[in-house]
Design a protein around this ligand. Structure first.
Ligand code: GDP
Ligand code: IMO
Ligand code: MG
Length: 428
């Protein structure tokens, strides 16, 4: 595929989910990967579920970057990521069985943090203790692992190369003490721990590296890098709907800290969103639909979590969230996904502002709880987009929808996706 999203040499282009995650990042990273030398994940871990479909096959990647299906590309799990050795082993072996051997072309940062089995227990214990205010985490131990990183008690990938058993025993004992203090004692990690330790041995077969040095060397040689975001801006630890967020910086700033590349190396920032909105887990979601329309979007869009299978909450497109994310990330190009899901709707609504107690805002409020959406209605295009291969085939009402968003956001939409397959991707 060619188009405006082509990179400059020696730059890091970032592809970021700019709403609540699950925008279709995996699909587009896979489409763009042939244009890059390296694809690198910079944040998150197996809380992500990135779906890729081609040639009738479907893969859901969690920790492994979505550039892995092109055999001559290097893929990197950066220092800003957290990694669960057991889940990583399972994911890598599934790919090996499918014909994609990763060893040698997947490098893992020595500085990425390890998710322990007891981090997952802590995740559950903290959620249980929150009662009604649960975050609705993926249960993968993400928050407790990043907490240990910030507390300077965590274990890193580099630790598996030296006196690992001793370090592991110390951190596990610390976690057991916290769990005992919380009176959370109904857990048994015996079996899980065996697989996890096997995962540690398995990870040693990979290139565990100073990926920040490798990436900077690649940039100096004029190579280009695609940074693959996880989650989305509204789940960012600083800029999302705190406390209902994940635990890392998912925004463009996180690319620099999570890969160890300088701000001057960042080129394009691709902001990816769906033609409507979804959210999985708890927290404010002003555009959420509780009616048949919401159910219809969920059914047609198959909006069930790729990781947990949970129902995704659905609503119309939210330009307040989009505008905010474009600002925070410095988005230079927008990619719109899943327009085809709205093919049969008579009317399509777009949230252009929020309103509360007679106050209207187009900027994201500090606490977006309790705000109601203000909509603009547009006529549906009532046509099947899924077989279209170029933007000049789009029905005029769909083109109007795209133009309206571009005008309101002041950023061009350069990729439009009309189905889950690699081929159903249109450049404009
Ligand atoms: P990610 O986490 O951002 O990579 O997104 P997910 O994989 O969690 O969720 C996106 C879902 O939408 C996956 O099931 C994709 O196969 C699917 N998908 C991606 N793009 C399109 C599209 O344009 N149309 C349709 N109908 N499905 C899409
Ligand atoms: P991808 O990369 C959608 C949500 C969880 C929960 C909150 C915190 O596939 O877009 P965590 O386990 O991270 O502590 O959960 O964040 N969440 C996601 N929602 N897509 C994701 O990733 C997500 N990763 C985390 O549902 O509300
Ligand atoms: Mg996902």
């Amino acid at each position: 595929m060619t188009g405006k999203q082509t990179m400059s040499k020696g730059k890091v282009n970032a592809l970021l989910g700019i709403v609540f995650g699950d925008e279709g990042k995996g699909k587009v990273v896979d489409v763009l990967a042939p244009q890059y030398d390296i694809v690198a994940r910079f944040a998150g871990g197996p809380n992500a579920g990135h779906t890729i479909m081609f040639e009738g096959r479907k893969f859901v990647l969690r920790s492994i970057p979505s550039g892995i299906f092109y055999k001559d590309r290097l893929n990197v799990i950066g220092n800003g990521c957290v990694i669960a050795p057991d889940l990583f082993m399972q994911e890598a072996k599934e790919l090996e069985q499918a014909g994609y051997d990763l060893k040698g072309r997947l490098h893992i940062s020595l500085k990425a943090h390890l998710i322990l089995p007891t981090h997952r227990v802590l995740d559950k214990a903290y959620e249980a203790a929150k009662g009604k205010n649960k975050v609705g985490t993926t249960g993968k131990g993400i928050g407790p692992t990043y907490s240990d990183k910030a507390s300077r008690t965590g274990l890193r990938v580099g630790d598996i190369l030296d006196r690992f058993e001793e370090k592991y025993a110390r951190l596990k004992a610390r976690h057991e003490q916290i769990l005992s203090d919380l009176h959370y004692t109904e857990y048994d990690i015996t079996e899980e721990e065996k697989v996890w330790l096997e995962g540690i041995r398995y990870m040693r077969e990979y290139t565990l590296a100073d990926t920040e040095t490798e990436l900077n060397k690649a940039l100096a040689e004029g190579k280009n890098i695609l940074a693959e975001g996880a989650q989305g801006t509204m789940l960012d630890i600083d800029h999302g709907t705190y406390p209902f967020v994940s635990s890392s910086n998912t925004v463009s700033g996180g690319v620099c800290t999570g890969l160890g590349v300088p701000p001057s190396s960042i080129g394009e920032v691709f902001g990816i969103f769906k033609a409507y909105s979804t959210r999985v887990g708890s927290g404010p979601f002003p555009v959420e639909l509780f009616d048949d329309t919401g159910n219809k979007i969920r059914e047609i869009g198959h909006e069930f979590g790729a990781v947990t299978g949970r129902n995704r909450r659905c609503g119309w497109l939210d330009l307040v969230a989009l505008r905010y994310a474009i600002m925070i990330n410095g988005v230079t190009q927008l990619f719109m996904m899943k327009g085809d899901v709205l093919d049969t709707f008579d009317t399509i609504r777009i949230c252009v502002a929020y309103e509360k107690d007679g106050v209207r805002t187009e900027t994201m409020p500090y606490d977006c709880e309790g705000w109601n959406p203000v909509y603009v209605d547009m006529p549906g295009w009532k046509a099947d987009l899924t077989g279209m291969v170029s933007a000049d085939q789009f029905p005029s009402r769909f083109s109007d929808y795209i133009s309206y968003i571009e005008k309101e956001m002041g950023v061009p939409i350069t990729i439009v996706s009309v189905g889950p397959d690699r081929e159903q991707t249109i450049s404009r």
